[in-house]
Design a protein around this ligand. Sequence first.
Ligand SMILES: [Zn+2]
Ligand SMILES: [Zn+2]
Length: 245
Amino acid sequence: MRTWLDFILPPFCCVCEASTTGAPIPWVCRTCWDNIPYIKPPLCHQCGAPFAAPPEGIASPLHRCETCLSHPPAFAQARAVGLYHGTLQHIIHVMKYRSVYGLNRPLAQLLHHQFAACWTPISIDVLVSVPLHRRRLWQREFDQALALARHLSQAVQIPCEAEALIRQRYTQSQVGLNLMERDQNVRGAFAVQRPQAIRGKAVLLIDDVYTTGATVKECTRVLRRAGAEWVGVYTLARVGAGAPH
Ligand SMILES: [Zn+2]
Ligand SMILES: [Zn+2]
């Protein structure tokens, strides 16, 4: 029997359409939630890209991938909870493009659960989310990266500086652009409006998805220029090795 609640919380999973009755997370059934493709070592020490197999003859956890060796990113380290495909991609899509705000808290809990594994022993001073431009905020109704950062901030007791970094220029969506076009598209898009909030600090940038890293690299450049001591990147998902660049 359908109740009034079903109209607010649909009883079907947004991924597989199975019933979500009794599921702990609205919109996602237990099976799909348990199928989130978590990223496991071995990883590139810097960008966090998972290696298909342990790099031959190299046992060091500090090993870096070829992309990081040839073009070292500005950020110190990037880590993600899961791979951006299958279940996790679907859930993030629903949260982002259908503005399902209720999914933000369980997704932020994923960031919380993996936080110690990803960031020990680094002492992080402040969380900063990758900002949306006002125009895109208006289209999407909410800023998912900021919502994730705020939930995580409460959970790990590290302050979130919501207004420290702003997007000063509207940029077209990165979807469909190649690596060089992505870099050009975001060049000059960000600015630090409150340098005192990040100067001399270890800053952890929060976003939903790491694709080529063009956006977070540009944010890192701007944060470092404004005096951030260290910048790391923490996302819900990232594309795996061999993904289109
Ligand atoms: Zn499902
Ligand atoms: Zn790498």
